[in-house]
Design a protein around this ligand. Structure first.
Ligand SMILES: C[C@H](O)CC(=O)SCCNC(=O)CCNC(=O)[C@H](O)C(C)(C)COP(=O)(O)OP(=O)(O)OC[C@H]1O[C@@H](n2cnc3c(N)ncnc32)[C@H](O)[C@@H]1OP(=O)(O)O
Length: 724
């Protein structure tokens, strides 16, 4: 592994080029701060140095502060390892120095990386470099002056937007808003930056210390209004995440009392937030997501992924058209197949509507939209399949139909082509039973809407080849999904883990708990929708079909609630017909419908599970736990059966596939933070009163009783102790 280093070369023109080197993204490891201090001190001392250019090795400026250090703090609680960079290095050594520094930015400058560039006296970037302050997505705020300097360079509205969204901008936009001074080709980056630095030194170009700039800040009352509005928004969109309001407080401090005071407050708040549970969970998420890219016996075999240039999608329904949209948006040529021209037209219209929607929400530029649509071709036979690299079947969940399609595509496609199914429940061995191509049959399970949801569950059977998995992972990355490789079982990792979620909610309702109270508590916990609103949205057909599927595989823990069927009998079909548990009207928010209450009563009469016919009394916390602990319990079975490679894969899958709040780290991380023992004891207690649905799994029981975290790998010393 390469050692993080900072090197300095002084050229005859009097410019010292200081280069950060820490592959792959030049993260600012603790040694880098030391190195920067030393090299800047040397550059200031040397008489042959007139100016400095700060840059990064390997075509990247810097991906920011080394997030491993946050992880170390979360493990040890030792905040003293944080470098005192924000004043010491960035203000005293760089910004207030007697020699100017120019940041030469290629590739990316994120977080602390961008903050180094902000403290420099000018920024020269290559085209399409990513510039951003994504710290809030890690549960902290920018901690090296970013909260103060960015508003002073780009104005308060843009700075607030960049920090609160954590989304980077391209250098082209950076140039428009004043973050970048010039955009140049990569070959000229150093040359132009050196000249710029010399020009500043000779006062031919302005020597700007951005912490002291005032012209972009606007009046105090304007700033007050902007921050007030941002606070209101953050309260709605970033509930339970302290870093958003903290960031606004720190920005405000600097506007009222000056940039330097702002920097001091920023450093203090940064330290507090680094140690927070939110940061711990979000940093866990960051590394957990990266870990999904490492699949034993697949990514470590030396195999190279083959690039899919042309993909066929079979089925133009909601899922198929969403998948086609995701592919064409990433410049992959798609043939969309339907059984007749009427259905095909419908499918293509859905893809067009998806693209229009992205356009209207400014997520896509017109020329990119046109380009994407030009990559789509509709077909009603297999003639275009002769040169496809991947087929994704996305028809209804019907075993004979899928088997027929797989027999057909085996003949129609070239031998290297991967044959994938988007089934969410059906065993892939059964899907591919009638073929001789089991080694290239794989699950490509997208989540609805497929062009928006970031998870791609890649399901392998014992026969799927490593090459097929690797190729599909590469497609997933290209279309900006996070691929998580899982094993084959009913519901695979995500739907299997979460099937008790709506079951638990239905048990509670039949025990007398109010439907809308449950939804409110689950959204307060952090999921975007409660289980009943989710059912309204997904459609009752899905609820009935999946419950049936799970009931046949897991009869010991399936609860038969007649509620959905009763709703349908009463002419309710969820959002589809505007009437479910909620009333849906165009242009207004869904409203709880009191007219469902008699239907709920009918369901309660039929199930007759309320003790002595009376509603149970439960606290808000118990309600959340009675819904989510059974999910943890099923997650334990998924771990026990080796359906996922590592526990953190389930965290990623729960966050990206089920919108489990990322600031709680994911389903297993959350359970471990509460303690396996509490989960176990609660489930045990409920199973004695309410039955088998709550019965703790043997995996949970063993870990709880032996005090081993659920996330500990089976082979780890702490977990293997359990078998002694
Ligand atoms: C004081 C300051 O204000 C505080 C901060 O700066 S906090 C840090 C702010 N920076 C960030 O949030 C950026 C985080 N990184 C990223 O978003 C992305 O990694 C990236 C856009 C830089 C690159 O993306 P991509 O090319 O897809 O590569 P990706 O797989 O994510 O990362 C490559 C490797 O670099 C590591 N890495 C990336 N950024 C890192 C960082 N800031 N610290 C430590 N490691 C980092 C990843 O963990 C991964 O390691 P692995 O190969 O061992 O799994």
């Amino acid at each position: 592994m390469a050692v993080p280093t900072v090197i300095m070369e002084v050229e005859n023109d009097g410019v010292a080029i200081i280069t950060i080197s820490n592959p792959p993204v030049n993260a600012l490891a603790l040694q880098i701060f030391e190195g920067l201090k030393q090299k800047f001190a040397e550059a200031m001392r040397r008489n042959d140095v007139k100016a400095i250019v700060l840059t990064g090795n390997g075509g990247k400026f810097s991906g920011g502060f080394d997030i491993n250090v946050f992880e170390m703090i979360h493990k040890t609680g030792d905040l003293s390892i944080l470098p005192d960079a924000s004043v010491d290095l960035l203000v005293n050594v760089i910004e207030d120095a007697k020699k100017p520094t120019v940041a030469a930015i290629a590739g990316l400058a994120l977080g602390g990386g961008l903050e180094l560039a902000l403290a420099s006296h000018a920024r020269i970037a290559v085209s399409r470099a990513q510039l951003g302050l994504p710290e809030l997505s890690l549960g902290v705020i920018p901690g090296s002056g970013g909260t103060q300097r960015l508003p002073r360079l780009v104005g308060l509205p843009k700075a607030v937007e960049m920090m609160l969204s954590s989304r980077p901008i391209m250098s082209e936009e950076g140039k428009e808003v004043g973050l970048v001074d010039a955009i140049v080709p990569l070959e000229e980056l150093l040359k132009v930056s050196k000249q710029w630095a010399l020009d500043i030194a000779a006062r031919r170009k302005p020597w700007i210390r951005s912490l002291h700039a005032m012209d972009k800040l606007g009046s105090l009352s304007e700033a007050h209004d902007i921050i007030k509005m941002a606070r209101q928004q953050a309260k709605q969109t970033a509930k339970n995440m302290p870093q958003h309001l903290a960031c606004l407080d720190v920005i405000e401090e600097g506007i009222i009392h000056g940039g330097y005071i702002g920097v001091l407050k920023e450093a203090k708040v940064f330290k507090e937030l680094v140690a927070s549970v939110t940061s711990k969970a979000l940093v866990h998420n960051f590394f957990a997501q990266r870990a999904t890219a490492k699949v034993p016996n697949v990514t470590d075999t030396g195999l190279k992924p083959r690039i899919a240039k042309k993909v066929a999608v079979i089925g133009g329904g909601l899922m198929g058209s969403g998948i086609a949209t995701a592919l064409i948006l990433s410049n992959i040529y798609v043939v969309l197949k339907e059984i007749n021209s009427e259905y095909l037209l419908k499918g293509i219209k859905t893809v067009e509507a998806n693209i229009r929607d992205l356009l209207s929400r400014k997520r896509l530029a017109q020329d990119n939209a046109d380009k994407a649509l030009s990559m789509l071709k509709g077909v009603i036979d297999y003639s275009e399949f002769k040169d496809v690299d991947l087929v994704i079947e996305a028809v209804i969940e019907d075993v004979p139909l899928k088997q027929k399609i797989f027999s057909e595509i085996e003949k129609a496609c070239p031998p290297h082509c991967i044959l994938a199914s988007n089934t969410s429940t059906i065993d892939l061995n059964i899907v591919g039973e009638k073929t001789r191509s089991q080694d290239r049959i794989v699950g490509a399970h997208f989540f609805s809407p497929a062009h928006v949801m970031p998870l791609l569950e890649i399901v392998r059977t014992e026969k799927t080849s490593p090459q097929a998995i690797l190729d599909l992972m590469a497609v997933g990355k290209t279309i900006k999904k996070v691929p998580v490789v899982v094993g084959n079982c009913t519901g695979f990792a995500v739907n299997r883990t979460f099937f008790p979620y709506s079951q638990g909610a239905h048990i509670l309702v039949n025990l007398g708990v109010d439907v809308f109270r449950i939804d409110r508590l689950i959204t307060e916990f952090g999921l975007p929708l409660g289980p009943f609103q989710l059912q309204d949205l997904a459609g009752y057909g899905v609820a009935v079909a999946t419950t049936k599927e799970f009931a046949s595989y897991f009869p010991d823990r399936t609860f038969h609630s007649p509620l959905v069927e009763l709703l349908m009998k009463n002419g309710r079909n969820g959002k589809n017909n505007g009437k479910g548990y909620y009333i849906y009207k165009k242009g207004s928010k869904p409203k709880p419908d009191p007219l469902v209450l008699p239907i709920v009563e009918e369901s309660r009469m039929l199930t007759n599970i309320m003790p002595s016919g009376k509603s149970i009394i439960v606290t808000d916390q118990e309600i959340v736990e009675m819904i989510l602990f059974p999910v943890v319990n099923e997650a334990c079975r998924v771990l026990d059966e080796g359906i996922v490679i590592r526990a953190s894969d389930l965290d990623v899958a729960s966050v990206l596939g089920m919108s489990f709040p990322s600031y709680r780290g994911g389903i297993i991380f959350w359970a471990d933070s509460i303690g396996a023992d509490h989960v176990y004891q609660s489930l045990k207690k409920w199973s004695q009163v309410y039955g088998n649905f709550y019965k703790p799994s043997s995996f949970l029981e063993e870990r709880a009783l032996r005090g081993i975290p659920l996330s500990a790998p089976a082979s780890s010393p702490s977990a293997s102790r359990s078998r002694l």
